[in-house]
Write a protein that binds this ligand. Structure first.
Ligand SMILES: Nc1ncnc2c1ncn2[C@@H]1O[C@H](COP(=O)(O)OP(=O)(O)OP(=O)(O)O)[C@@H](O)[C@H]1O
Ligand SMILES: [Mg+2]
Length: 425
């Protein structure tokens, strides 16, 4: 029986799989329309909740107004209390464990179909930390993911840090030895590794001596979406406005900021769609002193358009990587509000989060006892490194390093495939 091993990069925003086959070839699994990645998105149709739709097809179904429940960023629940909870989907209670299992199983099924062989051994990528400063939650997140992988049909499971996987993929093309620094800023986390790479190092079974440090923080593109949403979109929905004076004591309070934060975070949008949450938002609308604005919040939640709104935020963010100014008209809302954003305002909104990422990067080099100038190669990976401001803030101190940006969306899964060959081969 031929043996194949796979590497799975279960990402917050995009996932990818690579297969190392019995002829020692490595290949990326191709998803919808021959793409090397698949959006980590899932849609549960109302008429058939137990047969979800995945990836770009799920996004399409949701945007087209299909009846059902849409979810993105499900990786973000790993390490949180939500991990052991159930959520109501089309009047059925499903656990988050089941939801992630559906997705992992889909990745496995597509990979097996393409490869023609059952896949039982996997190296799964993981961030350096699922949660910040919470080693216990971190351990629980990994064992939870392992348990899901077993339920999905894998027999042997190993984990590898995502930035190390990216390093192993880049190492395949290296001719000379290099002291490398990996910067992986994705949708959910920012991860860093300092590692010695090169042809001789590659031959070692145990790479412990080459790995000088790893660090990570739970900040990524999802947080930048939230930052931008809170700064430029939510004020249009009444964020920052006041309620009517309290009839008993005359006190004037601002509208609560909780629903706006929840609506700006991919993984929590669905929690606004319960009967209770909708009622609470209706009450805020009724008590608002600027109801024309808060009405848009109310409408977004009543019509369950939260993901459509945040999708618009993400599109604006991505456009601002290339343009100085963008404007967007929210056609899906009754009042069709227009939002104009200057790049500088977006950069201001992500400044605090960027600083936390820079601090984590500095800590990684400190742990490795390596200075910025000693680094010879910086490997930039993950979609959020496309943001010019992030790239500038993170790369400016590496004055002697070559910057490599190849395979930003596939290097982690490819490296996990090489790692699978090393572990199982
Ligand atoms: N051109 C761009 N400009 C700004 N952000 C971008 C761009 N392209 C993609 N992104 C952002 O990159 C993120 C997705 O990157 P990626 O696919 O590397 O993440 P991931 O691997 O799914 O997440 P993680 O590794 O954190 O679990 C999203 O937040 C997306 O909005
Ligand atoms: Mg990633």
């Amino acid at each position: 029986m031929p043996e194949s091993y796979c590497g799975i990069d279960f990402g917050t925003t995009n996932s990818a799989v690579s297969i190392f086959d019995d002829k020692k070839n490595i290949a990326q699994v191709l998803f919808e329309k021959d793409r090397e990645t698949i959006p980590t998105a899932i849609f549960f149709p109302e008429e058939n909740t137990y047969k979800p739709i995945f990836g770009a097809a799920a996004i399409k179904e949701y945007i087209a107004g299909g009846n059902g429940r849409f979810m993105r960023s499900i990786k973000r629940i790993l390490g949180t209390d939500l991990m052991n909870l159930k959520t109501e989907i089309n009047e059925i209670y499903l656990s988050y464990e089941d939801i992630i299992e559906y997705f992992i199983k889909h990745l496995k099924t597509v990979a097996e179909k393409q490869n023609g062989v059952a896949l039982e051994q996997v190296v799964l990528g993981r961030p350096v930390h699922f949660q910040d400063y919470a080693p216990e939650a971190d351990k629980r997140a990994e064992s939870f993911l392992k348990h899901i992988a077993i339920k999905a049909g894998f027999k042997q499971i190993h984990f590898q840090y995502e930035p190390l996987a990216a390093a192993y993929a880049h190492e395949q093309k290296l001719e000379k030895e290099k002291l490398a620094f990996v910067i992986d800023i994705g949708g959910g986390t920012s991860d860093f590794s300092v590692i010695r790479l090169g042809a001789e190092h590659k031959k070692q079974i145990d790479r412990a001596k080459d790995i000088l440090a790893n660090s990570g923080v739970r900040i990524g593109g999802n947080d930048f979406d939230r930052d931008l949403a809170m700064k430029c979109y939510m004020p249009e929905l009444g964020y920052g406005t006041m309620l009517k004076p309290n009839p008993y004591n005359g006190r004037i309070l601002p509208v609560p900021f909780g629903p706006y934060m929840t609506l700006s975070e991919w993984s929590s949008i669905n929690t606004l769609y319960t009967y209770k949450a909708k009622k609470e938002i209706q009450k805020i609308y009724e008590e608002s002193s600027e109801p024309q604005k808060v009405r848009i919040l109310w409408e977004t939640v009543q019509k369950e358009l939260g993901h459509t709104l945040l999708n618009d935020v993400e599109i604006s963010k991505i456009a601002l990587s290339k343009q100085e100014l963008i404007s967007s008209r929210l056609e899906f809302l009754e009042s069709k509000p227009s939002i104009a954003i200057k790049k500088q305002r977006f950069e201001e909104s992500i400044k605090k989060d960027t600083q936390k990422i820079v601090d984590t990067m500095v800590e990684c080099l400190k742990d490795a006892e390596i200075s910025f100038t000693e680094i010879e190669l910086v490997i930039l990976t993950g979609g959020s490194t496309e943001i010019p401001y992030i790239k500038k803030e993170l790369c400016r101190l590496f004055s002697n390093a070559e910057i490599s940006e190849s395979g930003k969306f596939s290097s982690v899964s490819l490296g996990l495939g090489y790692e699978a060959a090393r572990v199982y081969g």
